[in-house]
Structure formats: C-alpha cells, structure tokens
Design a protein around this ligand. Structure first.
Ligand SMILES: *[C@@H]1O[C@H](CO)[C@@H](O)[C@H](O)[C@H]1NC(C)=O
Length: 367
C-alpha cells in the first residue's frame, strides 16, 4: 500500500492539473439575434464560451423571460454552436445595456422577488439548454441597490448549487457583466458576494469615451493604458484586484467595435483632436470592426497604432474612428494572461471581420 502512495499522489496531481487546464480560461464572445449573423455562422472553434444576449426581466412577475421573437433561436443556440465545437459552453445573458435599472433594483429588493428571478432563471437555463447565466444589470444606482445585488448573487449561487444537487447535472455557471472598475458613480459593487458567488465577471473595459457623452474630442474608447491617469482597461482591472476580487475571476472585455467622431478640422486628426460629435450628428458613432475595415478600404484611410496606450485609430476627411485592430488585441490578451486573469470576452462576435480579431485573440492567449 505504502509503495503505491506516490503513484496515487502523482495521478491525483495529474488529474488536478487536467482539471485546472479544462477550467483555466475563458475565450468568450457575445452574440445577439439582430447582430447581422446567425448563430450557425459563428466560428465557435475560436471560443470556449458564447453568451446569448439578451433575455429580459419581466417587471411584473420578476421572472426572467425570453421574448417570443427570440425563443426559437435561443432554444437552438447551444445545439447550433456545438456543431462546430462540441465543447463550447453557452450562457444566457439577462438584461443588457438597454435594461431597466429600476426593474432590477426592485426585483433585488425583496426575498420573494429575488426568488422569482432566481428560480425562473435556472429553469429557463435548463429548458433552453444553456450551461450558464450571465447577469447584465447596468447599473445599480444606489448603495442599497449594491447591497441587494450582493444578496441576490449569494442566493443565486445557493439555488444553483441546490438545483445541481437535485437534478444531478452540472451546476449552472453564474457570471455578470460589470463596469470597468469596482465602483459605478462612486458606488462600490458587493465585492465579497461577487467573489464567493460568481464564477467570474466580464469586465466591460470599453466605452470610456464616445460621441454622445464626450463629443468635443476624439479619443480611444478602450485604451489599455492611459499615462495621464484617467480610466483605462488596465487601471480598471488593477482596481478590481485591489478591491479584493482575485485576478482569476476577471475576464477582460475586448471591443470588436469603435467610435467615430467628426473632426473639427480634417488636418488635425490625432488622438484628442477637436471634434463635433458623431459624423453627420446622428447616432452614437459606433461602428463594427468589419465596417471600420470597409471604411479604411473605401477611403484609403491611414491607420495609426499607438503602442503607449494600446489603441488604433484611422481617419479620412473629417471622419475619425478609434478602435481595436489586431495589434491592440494581440497586446491586450497577453496583458490579461500575464496578469493572471481568467480570460477575455468580445462584444460582439458579429462585428468581427472574417474572424480576424477572434483568431488573433485566441492565438495571443495560446493554449
Ligand atoms: C500615443 O498616445 C499618447 C497619449 O495620448 C500620446 O501622448 C503619444 O504622443 C501618442 N504617440 C504617438 C506616437 O502618437
């Protein structure tokens, strides 16, 4: 018996190592139905996790629901993306950028309404064949909302564990999309509940600047670094770690889109050049990476990569676009890996151009 112990110990080490390998990283991407591609068009071999966006919160019942327009596509999402990659995991995202803060706040405020949300979400995930649920509550608006969010996350995790026990299935993964740093408008996220109850958080490290909320100057909306000390992806990640969330629960957001501004003067086309909102004065100026490449090709637009901040931009006439090209992606991903993060995710997969950025990201992370 004694002579076998080292062998068993060795095997256990190997198994633990293999388990770590399997769980070790997230190469994620969000997809939504009106994004321009069908779920069957996603090259799921480039991802470990795909987020299907969005299901909604019914403010009367506090239940998570899938709109009838999306029901058929969502119910087939997992089967569809697993054709090309049988091991890809899928998560149903709840809420999103246009979601109603007040409805989430109300749902999270009582034990009965939290239970409606939690039970319905777990049921929905099972009946639609998802491996996980992703809460996109943007954003809690008061200190009380943050406390209630923490309670919700803790109860969600307990319920997910109980459901797994009862069903004998793998526990439903629980994640959330969160702001670039651990505070929103001075309100701190419930750090301990996030740490103990979520599998990871998707850090939305983008949208720092955009024509609707920063019209007068061009800017990189998702720079990795900002030497002047303003918000950047790296400052956000560092402050999440400093706040107490371990690096291996953080997943770095990569934007597969940029923002376009109208330059005040076509000859002044650098970073932080005077601008007048979005070109043509309408919309938010956002453009998918594939549209940006078309713009560059159609206008023979010069491209500039700034390695100090890790961001790309291009310009032609009075149009200026700040975005992440391959160089930014292939610098951000090793940054995430080197920091010990769990991985990265893209918003959103349909904005990629022939999967160039997704491939770049996967390759930059390595095995
Ligand atoms: C890169 O961006 C930084 C910050 O905006 C700026 O100070 C620097 O001059 C830029 N570098 C180049 C080569 O344009």
């Amino acid at each position: 018996m004694a002579s076998k112990t080292p062998v068993y110990a060795f095997l256990i080490c190997v198994l633990q190592f293999l388990h770590l390998c399997a769980a070790q990283n997230v190469k994620g991407g969000y997809w939504f139905p009106d994004s321009g591609i069908a779920a069957s068009d996603i090259d799921s071999t480039l991802f470990t996790h795909l987020f299907c966006a969005f299901s909604d919160l019914n403010s009367n019942t506090n239940q998570v629901v899938i709109s009838s327009a999306n029901a058929a596509q969502f119910s087939q999402f997992t089967n569809t993306v697993q054709i090309k990659n049988p091991s890809v995991k899928t998560l149903l995202s709840i809420g999103g950028g246009a979601s109603y803060d007040a409805d989430f706040a109300k749902m999270a405020s009582t034990s009965a309404s939290r239970k409606s949300f939690i039970d319905s979400s777990l049921q929905l995930a099972r009946s639609y064949n998802f491996h996980g649920l992703d809460l996109d509550y943007e954003y809690p608006l008061s200190a009380n909302d943050m406390v209630n969010l923490g309670t919700l996350l803790d109860e969600w995790r307990v319920a997910a564990a109980a459901e797994a026990q009862a069903s004998g299935k793998q526990r439903i993964l629980l994640t959330a999309a969160v702001s670039v740093g651990p505070s929103v408008d001075g309100l701190r996220y419930p750090i301990q509940s996030i740490s103990r109850s979520l599998d990871w958080i998707n850090v939305m490290a983008y949208d720092f600047y955009g024509p609707p909320w920063a019209p007068s100057m061009t800017n990189a909306h998702a720079a990795l670094y900002d030497p002047s000390g303003r918000v950047s992806a790296s400052s956000g990640i560092s402050s999440w770690i400093q706040a107490g969330v371990s690096a291996n629960k953080l997943v770095l957001g990569l934007p597969f889109y940029g923002y376009s501004w109208q330059l005040a003067n076509a000859n002044n086309h650098g970073l932080m050049a005077p601008a007048n909102g979005a070109p043509g004065g309408s919309g938010d100026g956002s453009k998918g990476y594939n549209q940006i490449l078309d713009f560059i090709a159609n206008n023979n637009a010069p491209k500039v990569y700034n390695s100090t901040i890790v961001a790309d931009y291009c310009y032609s006439g009075t149009t200026w676009i700040g975005y992440d090209d391959k160089q930014s992606i292939s610098t951000k991903v090793p940054y995430a890996k080197q920091k010990g993060l769990l991985g990265y995710f893209a918003w959103h997969v349909a904005a990629d151009a022939n999967w160039a950025l997704s491939q770049q990201a996967k390759q930059a992370w390595g095995a």
